[in-house]
Design a protein around this ligand. Structure first.
Ligand SMILES: [Zn+2]
Length: 1014
């Protein structure tokens, strides 16, 4: 049903059902049986294994069974499985049947993302990407736009999710996994449904009706007194690796027969009535399904059909009616009840505990390597998307084949989307599935590197035929005594920053594309004796790249005066227990922002003074370990999901060493931590880079730290603990998906207080007192907590094993022996000063300049080469606006909904050609209302002017977040609340391309450029 039609229905129903709420006690409970299969895109089995064992059969058999009988329905959730089936398995006839079922509204796509994304450790960029990917496919293929969510399995619920769903045009959201004690209370008080205003700045504008599943969650009750314990699962449980040849699966429920129907009906009705008591309306959502169900839909429906018929025949006696339904039908019924709903503010539901010792806060730090690769892949994708969009607009007939390029981008979009699954980036999967995600990501990244090379090399060779024959080889910067590198800034801001290139010769000088010397510094790497770090200061415009030339000399000291060879100073090893003399012999490291003091008697950080305000904060940083229990008989265990500390953390080292490498661009402090005093190899390290304010252009506030940890000893969970004199009273702030900051007040619980005070940190965390704030920014997700006044600890790595049969059976013990090297940026300053910076800094960390070593150009230079930058104008947004997306999605659907519907319903199965000319643009306001006097203001920009560097804007259409709705036709349901706040009308940009973006808004546009500008 079309949404506009739906609205009409709603209005009509209001007319005659206003007394509905009063009389429903006498009416039978209306039960919506929603057939579904929860299909994890990963977890224990790989995607290929899952397709083979059950997932393909879900869509084969559901298509067949729904086509047989008109009242049967099904909701399809994870698009990745559906698309794999659609592209590689479905026959023409099945496709025809699916189109019909979708048209009739009996097969309904819910959420519509590639996966059901995790909500705690995913970044909003990637949440948007994976939804855009799924929605693009659905709209192009079926003309449908999902309007409801089904977040039944993510481990806790973020306040960002309802905001993004609202921006995508959703009418209602559904969650399930929230704290057990909170759910009990909400259930008891009939408060499982509410209107959620997930953004403090957007408030009612992007509010979202939210349904929390009751205690039975998304599976049907499994304890039937008269059958085996498989509940209403007549098709049993899925079998791996192969489905059984005879179709007989393990644990199939007793068939519904004359003998059993009464017992089934009684159990089902009792369950329905129990649940009805927890909700305010007379409707019960009865999810029928669970993980990996409906691979044999025939046996499912052929048992449920007569059971439902029996209940409806006796509905008066039972007080219940039952019907197959899609999720939208349930929500429409609730919406029509016209009740006034309670409002929930912007608080999220993180962290999540299932019972007293089951705090699901371990996964914030599980599989650090996968979390890191996933984020790197995402930023590489962003860089490639922006470059390809610029290239297409500038050179529509350029030699980089557009279909080849889009193919590379699509592979990486797919891989980055896939890993956002709630058993993907969470690190809660089996080792082979983690390997699968890594392989998909690295393969797709390699493809995109080929694309980047082709695009970046192009302007040089535009006049040179045969550029595509030139294979790109990534060479380590070595042997050749000259090396060219291209450095690209994927952000729409001008930046001056330090880029680090790893090289194998000890002396080098750097020149820009005008042949001018570039400030550089070279030194032996902290991590290796055989490589060198070459730091160079680069200045790049927004979305611009430049070429640099590195000239090596084998003899140290022979570099140009602009490149400085830094030498290290070593400090002798100090025992951790001998602290008596600490604080007497301090070594200062200074730049214009900070004075850092390091203690020669401990080799630890001692204090940091924030110079503009002359505030000195005592501060140490070191590593601590939590001991995990591996024996289930001995007490609660930690695993992929759960963190259950065996007491407080203990110091993870007995001795520390320090080196300082003073430099002209960065001064590096290297601290090495040894488990035992006599150990030769260090267990942990911190490398801190203090930027020297080179020619006063480098930002001095950014202290970069990279760490090395691992392999860990078994059953240890390691934290980097920063202890300071800030009086934060154990309150900290952490981000929800990089979108907004959440205040986390320390809470005491009867049990498990330590683990329940852990929170996810996707991009940022900080602690503060009246005078100052300590901010940490992250290049991947971690767990974070403030366990003592002034403390901020980040869980960086975990290695675990336990003897729980369930964990062992599924290989989910997290015996992760890898070495991890995460990076954090640290800032200290007044609250005002850091508030102005931290969001932009977090984005700069995520999207650091892309460095591409390239082969030396083969042909002789023809005079002075034109500077690439002159061919590539910069694109610069105001400091509080972020260019979230500039991409060519390639989906070819009409911007006009009627035209699109006509196209998909015309009966001809079109082979759709990608649309290479429609550019997707997203701009986000980074600030909350009132956060900063200046930067929190709404910003008005003229997109034609802003995008002039990209090309001549011809037309602009404002769209919903995932692109599928024209913003003016997007009418979301307005659920009643006591305050009934008005929403402002969605409007299109002015004729002159002027757009005003308010705090925390994300605005999405299709931009059409005049082609052939150059
Ligand atoms: Zn799941």
């Amino acid at each position: 049903m079309e949404p506009t039609d739906m609205r009409c229905v709603v209005v009509i129903v209001f007319g005659f059902c206003c007394s509905f709420g009063k009389t429903h006690e006498n009416k039978p409970i209306q039960t919506f049986i929603i057939p579904h299969s929860h299909m994890d895109v990963g977890w224990v089995y790989t995607i290929q294994e899952s397709m083979h064992a059950y997932a393909a059969n879900v869509y084969n058999s559901v298509t067949e069974e729904l086509s047989k009988l008109k009242d049967r329905k099904f909701i399809a959730v994870e698009q990745e499985f559906f698309r794999l089936w659609w592209d590689a398995v479905a026959s023409d006839n099945q496709k025809k049947q699916v189109r019909q079922l979708v048209k009739e509204g009996r097969l309904e796509f819910i959420i519509g993302g590639q996966v059901m994304h995790d909500e705690a450790v995913t970044d909003l960029d990637d949440q948007i990407l994976q939804m855009t990917e799924g929605h693009g496919f659905l709209y192009e293929t079926f003309g449908v736009r999902p309007r409801f969510s089904w977040h039944v399995d993510p481990f806790g619920a973020s306040a960002t999710t309802p905001v993004l769903f609202a921006l995508a045009g959703f009418n209602a959201h559904l969650i399930s996994r929230i704290d057990y004690d909170l759910k009990d209370t909400m259930q008891h008080n009939k408060k499982l449904q509410f209107v959620w205003r997930g953004s403090g700045s957007l408030k009612a504008q992007q509010e979202m009706f939210t349904h929390t599943m009751d205690q039975f969650s998304y599976c049907t009750p499994s304890h039937l007194p008269f059958s085996n314990s498989s509940g209403f699962y007549w098709n049993g449980v899925a079998l791996f690796p192969d489905p059984p040849k005879d179709g007989v699966y393990p644990n199939m429920s007793l068939p519904v027969t004359k003998e059993t129907v009464q017992a089934y009906a009684k159990t089902m009705v009792e369950n329905i009535k129990q649940r009805a008591a927890w909700f305010r309306t007379n409707h019960v959502l009865w999810p029928w399904g669970c993980d990996k169900q409906f691979y044999n839909s025939s046996v499912q429906f052929s048992n449920m059909d007569p059971l439902m018929k029996y209940i409806n025949q006796n509905s008066e006696e039972f007080g219940v009616t039952v019907q197959y339904a899609t999720l939208s039908e349930y929500f429409q019924a609730v919406y029509r009840s016209d009740l006034v709903w309670e409002v929930r503010g912007s608080q999220d539901f993180l962290p999540y505990s299932t019972e007293p010792y089951q705090a699901w806060t371990g996964f914030y730090a599980s599989r650090n390597v996968l979390k890191g690769v996933a984020r790197r892949a995402s930023s590489k994708l962003h860089a490639a998307e922006t470059l390809f969009a610029r290239y297409r607009i500038s050179f529509p007939d350029g030699p980089v084949a557009k279909d080849w390029a889009l193919d590379k981008l699509r592979s990486l979009r797919w891989a980055v989307s896939e890993v956002q699954h709630h058993d993907g980036i969470t690190g809660t999967e089996s080792p082979k599935v983690a390997d699968m995600y890594l392989q998909h990501l690295t393969q797709a990244m390699m493809g995109v590197e080929e694309l980047l090379a082709a695009l970046l090399l192009l302007p040089h060779f535009l006049q040179t035929p045969g550029v595509l024959q030139r294979r790109y080889h990534r060479t380590d910067v070595q042997e050749a005594l000259e090396q060219h590198v291209l450095i690209y800034n994927p952000l729409a801001w001008n930046i001056t920053t330090v880029v680090n290139v790893t090289v194998t010769l000890p002396s080098a000088a750097v020149f820009d594309d005008d042949g001018q010397p570039v400030a550089a510094q070279i030194q032996t790497s902290a991590q290796s004796n055989t490589t060198y770090d070459l730091f160079m200061v680069v200045k790049l415009g927004g979305l611009q790249y430049r070429k640099y030339l590195i000239k090596f000399t084998e003899k140290p000291g022979a570099g140009k005066p602009d490149s400085y060879e830094a030498k290290r100073v070593r400090f002798e090893r100090r025992g951790a227990t001998d602290r008596a003399r600490s604080g007497r012999r301090l070594v200062p490291v200074l730049n214009q922002c900070y004075e850092l003091m390091f203690d020669r008697d401990t080799n630890l950080l001692h204090s940091v003074t924030y110079l503009p305000e002359k505030r000195r904060v005592r501060m140490t940083q070191d590593f601590w370990e939590y001991d995990a229990n591996g024996d289930v008989k001995a007490g609660p265990i930690s695993d992929n999901y759960v963190f259950s500390a065996n007491g407080s953390a203990t110091r993870a080292y007995e001795a520390a060493e320090m080196e300082i490498v003073p430099g002209k661009i960065v001064t590096e402090i290297r601290q090495y931590f040894f488990r035992e005093e006599s150990d030769e190899d260090y267990a942990y390290s911190i490398t801190t880079r203090v930027p020297e304010c080179f020619e006063a252009t480098l930002p001095c506030h950014r202290l970069e730290q990279s760490y090395s940890l691992g392999p860990l000893r078994l059953n240890t969970e390691v934290v980097l603990r920063t202890s300071s004199s800030l009086k934060n009273d154990r309150t900290l702030y952490t981000d929800d998906n990089g979108y907004r900051m959440m205040k986390r007040t320390y809470r005491k619980f009867t049990n498990n207080t330590l683990a329940r005070n852990y929170f996810p940190m996707v991009r940022a965390a900080y602690i503060e007192d009246e005078l100052g704030r300590l901010v940490l920014l992250s290049d991947r997700a971690h767990g974070v907590s403030s366990q003592a006044n002034g403390q901020l600890e980040v869980m960086l790595h975990r290695r675990l094993w336990n003897d729980l049969p369930w964990n062992l059976g599924y290989n989910l013990t997290l015996n992760d022996s890898s070495v991890v090297r995460p990076t954090l940026w640290m800032m200290l300053g007044s609250r005002n000063a850091t508030a102005r910076l931290h969001q932009r800094e977090a984005i700069e960390l995520q999207h650091r300049p892309l460095v591409m070593p390239i082969d030396q150009p083969q042909e002789p230079r023809r005079g002075k080469e034109p500077r690439e930058t002159s061919a590539m104008l910069s694109v610069v947004l105001p400091p509080n606006l972020h260019l979230l997306s500039l991409a060519i999605p390639g989906w070819n659907y009409s911007s006009n909904h009627d035209v699109q519907l006509h196209r998909v319903h015309s009966g001809t199965d079109l082979q759709v050609e990608p649309d290479y000319d429609r550019v997707l643009l997203r701009i986000m306001h980074l600030f909350e209302e009132g956060e900063d006097q200046e930067l929190s203001k709404p910003v008005t920009i003229n997109l034609k002017d802003v995008l002039r560097g990209v090309g001549e804007v011809r037309a602009l259409e404002e769209r919903s977040l995932t692109g599928t709705w024209n913003i003016t036709s997007l009418q979301r349901w307005k659920w009643k609340t006591a305050d009934n706040l008005e929403r402002k009308n969605q409007r299109c940009p002015d004729e002159d391309f002027t757009v005003t973006i308010s705090p925390k808004e994300i605005r999405t546009f299709f931009v059409h450029f005049s082609s052939g500008n150059f």
